[in-house]
Structures are given as C-alpha cells and as structure tokens.
Ligand binder design. Structure first.
Ligand SMILES: Cc1cc2nc3c(=O)[nH]c(=O)nc-3n(C[C@H](O)[C@H](O)[C@H](O)COP(=O)(O)OP(=O)(O)OC[C@H]3O[C@@H](n4cnc5c(N)ncnc54)[C@H](O)[C@@H]3O)c2cc1C
Length: 375
C-alpha cells in the first residue's frame, strides 16, 4: 500500500498531537501514526495534576490535557493511525515504512516529517535486575494507572527524579506500600512539590544509597527483597553498610533517553546535549533537523516535560505548514514568537534554566553547522 500525505507525524504524544493540530489548523493534510492502541503517549499515564502557570495547564491532570488535544485533533479531521509503527525511512524520497497492526505494510510519501517519538526508560544493571518483579517506573504507571493491575504489595523505588517520586506517590494511591526510595545523590532529585508529598506520606528515603542486588524467591519466579548500601563520594558502595529491604517489586526510575531510531535512519546530525540526552538530533529554532523537511519535537529532541513537548510540537507544526506555503512568513513569525515566549517561560527556575541552556547549545551548534554547509 502507498499513501501520499503533506505531513507525516510519527508519535501521538503531546508533541506529535500539538504539531498535527497546528499544521492542520493552517490547512495542511496531516497523518499521525502511533504504535500504541491509544493515542496520547505518556500523557495518558499521568493521573496527577500538572503545576506551573495556567497557560501551561497547571491544575489539569495529564490525562485530561491528552483528551483536550485529542478533541482538537478530531475537530480538525486529522487522520490518526494507531497500532502503526514507523520502522523505516528510506533516502531519495522513497518514503517511510509503516507496519499497520503488526501485519500490513504501507509506504507513506510525506512532503514533511515530524518525528515526535518520545523517550525510553534507562535500564539499571545489577545482580537480579532481569528477575520478574524488577520493572521500569513507566511500566508501573502503565499497569497501575492505565490497566489498573497491581505490580506488587511492597515496592522499592530506585531513583528520585520526578518520575521516581510521582510513581511512588501513585503506587501509594493504588494501595501499594512503598518500602523506600533509593537515591545515590545526597538529596532527592525531583521538584519539591513531589518530594514533599512522598515525605508527608512517610515513605522511607535512602539518599546516598544504591541498590546492590535483587534477592529472588526460591523458584526465581519473583523477588523477596533488595540489598542496598550507602555510597561514597565517588558513588561506590561502602562495605559494611549493606541492608536488606523486603519488597516484592523494584521500580527503576533512573532517567530517560530520547528515542532517536528514526532520526538516525534519516541520517540527521546529533549532538551531546548533556541533561537533555547524550544523542539528540541537532535542530534549529523551527525544530528542523539537519535534513531538510525533517523536524523533531518533544522528548525525542531532548527530554523535558509534556508542557515543553506541546510547545515544541506547535513550533514544528507551524514551521512545516509554512514550508508548504500554507502560511505567510509574517504570520508564521508571529505564531512562532508566541510559542517561543511560552517556551522561555517554561524554561526558567532551578530546573528549567539548565534545560534552556542545553537547548540554546543545540540551536547554536545547528547554526554553526549551517554556516559550515554554506562555506
Ligand atoms: C512518571 C512521569 C510523570 C510526568 N509528569 C509530568 C508533569 O507533571 N508535567 C509535565 O509537563 N510532564 C510530565 N512528564 C513528562 C511527559 O509525560 C513527557 O515529557 C511527554 O509525554 C513527552 O511527550 P512526547 O510527545 O515527546 O513523547 P511521548 O509522550 O512519549 O509520545 C511519543 C509517542 O510516540 C510513539 N512512538 C515512538 N516511536 C514510534 C514509531 N517508530 N512509530 C510509531 N509510534 C512511535 C510512542 O509509543 C509514544 O506514544 C512525566 C513523565 C513521566 C514518565
């Protein structure tokens, strides 16, 4: 099967949906594909209320933000193909290969591509890490928040960034006990609002600690606990400080890595963007990569948050529509300036300022790259 489309958006998370909405609003013919059976990406796991400013959906639950985006997509008549993986991108305008429902192959010939593929959870290897009962925090969210399946009765969380903290709190809400949060750094990592919640709930906090092993049950069909230990200033375990924590599940929340398989297949240039990801597609202020007509947005372009993913998606959508001649340069400039104002607001404060710097570095490198190409 072959299909022609003006803009192909890969990923129906907040970035992809916002990109599709902006582009469709300006009259572009947009197709969104997502490998999942439901659209929304990570947003549909987020049952907590977002915070920040009203402009950035403060006080609204992630799942409701997702539903708002879906309503908009539907109103604009954007086609969304679910259970559809974009698994290949071919050079010389030979198209993007899709697997629909795991069976049917389809080649799409888009004029522009927006890659909004999100991020994957980082693994953490230690003895016993492949045992049943040792799971990523994202998988825990899917089980307890989306599918309503308990992951265990007593869970030990490794990692105290926002994901570790939020998922620990959601485990408590689901009726599980949280045996503790283990964090190698001397202090908890996520936003104060999230750490305050788990502290108030009496969750034991093990800062300056790491996990040494998961202890299996007799037939290795699950775990009975974990051994943790203090770490020194080089993050090495300190002998003699080992302690056993009884638990039947260990959650791993040690960061996310941009999902860059498709951009890599498209041969875009990458940059090490530090805290946003060690391999991030270089992109300009319009979110366009080093390949003409290929854009990135959201966590795939550097791991941040849903709010910034939404704004970056808008930028990519406006820019792609502009490059198709759907919107004048002046109108596009005005629309993009508004989005940048919103993004700059998001990238402030103790957490946001570092992200702003990392993004500026990506954009600067892209400008240098463009200069070299024209030299
Ligand atoms: C526990 C937790 C709590 C969070 N809390 C907040 C919060 O309070 N506030 C906030 O702003 N953010 C929060 N976030 C972050 C937020 O969820 C993400 O930053 C945001 O979802 C990123 O959006 P995205 O569109 O880039 O990617 P995603 O939401 O990950 O969407 C990407 C989509 O693309 C699909 N995909 C990938 N590759 C392909 C392919 N080849 N073919 C087809 N489909 C593909 C994926 O399956 C996915 O559906 C939280 C995240 C977590 C894990």
């Amino acid at each position: 099967m072959n299909k022609e489309v003006e803009i192909l958006v890969v990923g129906a998370g907040p970035a992809g949906l916002s990109a599709a909405i902006e582009a469709a609003r300006y009259g572009a013919d947009v197709l969104v594909v997502d490998e999942n059976s439901k659209p929304g990406g990570q947003l549909f796991k987020q049952i907590h209320k977002f915070f920040g400013s009203r402009r950035h959906h403060a006080g609204v639950r992630g799942v409701d933000i997702g539903n708002e985006l879906l309503d908009e997509v539907e109103k604009l008549g954007v086609e969304v193909m679910l259970n559809t993986v974009a698994y290949g991108i071919y050079p010389n305008d030979e198209g993007v290969a899709l697997a629909v429902d795991g069976e049917t192959g389809m080649i799409v010939h888009p004029q522009k591509i927006i890659m909004a593929t999100g991020a994957s959870e980082n693994p953490l290897a230690f003895p016993g890490w492949t045992l049943p009962g040792v799971v990523g925090a994202g998988a825990i969210q899917t089980m307890i928040n989306v599918n309503r399946v308990p992951v265990g009765e007593r869970v030990l969380m490794i990692g105290s960034g926002n994901v570790g903290l939020i998922v620990s709190y959601q485990l408590l809400q689901s009726g599980a006990e949280v045996a503790g949060i283990v964090e190698a750094a001397p202090q908890l990592g996520g936003y104060g609002v999230h750490s305050a919640k788990v502290r108030r709930a009496g969750v034991p906090i093990f800062t300056g600690h790491t996990v040494l092993e998961a202890v299996p049950n007799e037939d290795k069909s699950g775990i009975v606990g974990a051994v943790i230990a203090e770490v020194d200033d080089k993050f090495q375990p300190v002998k003699g400080t080992e302690q056993f924590i009884a638990c039947d599940c260990i959650g791993i929340a040690v960061g996310l890595t941009p999902d860059i398989a498709l951009p890599a297949m498209a041969h875009v240039e990458f940059i090490n963007a530090g805290r946003l990801g060690s391999q991030v597609p270089m992109h300009d202020r319009d979110m366009m990569t080093t390949q003409d007509g290929i854009y990135v947005a959201g966590d795939a372009s550097g791991v941040e948050e849903a709010s910034s993913a939404i704004e970056e998606g808008k930028l990519a959508g406006i820019a792609a529509a502009q490059s198709l001649g759907k919107i004048s340069e002046a109108e596009a400039a005005e629309a993009k300036a508004k989005v940048w104002e919103s993004l700059n607001q998001l990238r402030t404060g103790p957490f946001g300022a570092g992200r702003a710097q990392a993004k500026e570095q990506i954009i600067r490198q892209m400008e240098d790259w463009k200069v070299k190409q024209h030299a």
